[in-house]
Design a protein around this ligand. Sequence first.
Ligand code: ATP
Length: 258
Amino acid sequence: MPPTSATPRNKMESRELTLRYGSKVAIHQVSLGIPEHRVTALIGPSGCGKSTFLRSLNRMNDLISGASHEGSVYLDGRSIHDRALDVVDLRRRVGMVFQKSNPFPKSIFENVAYGLRVGGLKDKAKLQARVEKSLRGAALWDEVKDRLDESALGLSGGQQQRLCIARALAVEPEVLLMDEPASALDPIATAKIEELIHELKSTYTIAIVTHNMQQAARVSDQTAFFYMGELVECGPTEQIFTNPREKRTEDYVTGKFG
Ligand SMILES: Nc1ncnc2c1ncn2[C@@H]1O[C@H](COP(=O)(O)OP(=O)(O)OP(=O)(O)O)[C@@H](O)[C@H]1O
């Protein structure tokens, strides 16, 4: 992995991206680069468009009726709205982890194997190897290796969230989008997720929505502050928290509103 000080290329980038739900503008002309092998935190008050922006990066908003966009999003320099692009493959390359862990009512093994089976992988040994690799990648293997056939619903909240991360990793994505992945977890489980995010960035590119200012400061390399659908400011996390350019950013990160 390159040293953190070197400027990496943008793995993803939005240019003047506007997204509407019906006639309501949710994000307006957002241009933002997501650097490779870095963690980008998206912060801002409720309703400012953070999740909408995140979902735009793998076209999850396409699934919401009435949603429409203008502007562009690029993955490795190629438009994700290109007609020739396969959306299923886009979502494999740009995976997502949600606020509420959502394991299937199946065994731990089958939760992780699910995407691989859907993708056509049948070989048992290969499936086992990929499931183990994914669970190790999500820092869950040691806790579940002796109970892979038990229901995923018997895991704790923090374990379920790491299982969902393992499920996302199983299909070998390049980018991981995380929408408040730790907001429902206790401080110990949250710390594990934060540690994991730190480890994952050497392999993946990560964008995370968080309401927790300390969490953004701890886990991210760059922070983007959204306000009322606009990207107010984006910069190195330390600068955004200690020396923001914009008054609105300063007011938000110092807790004056939000
Ligand atoms: N499916 C939807 N249909 C219509 N409007 C929506 C939909 N999802 C979000 N919105 C609206 O778009 C705007 C941006 O919402 P979004 O969820 O992206 O904000 P957010 O910053 O992630 O908020 P929060 O921090 O509360 O999750 C809000 O005004 C919201 O009400």
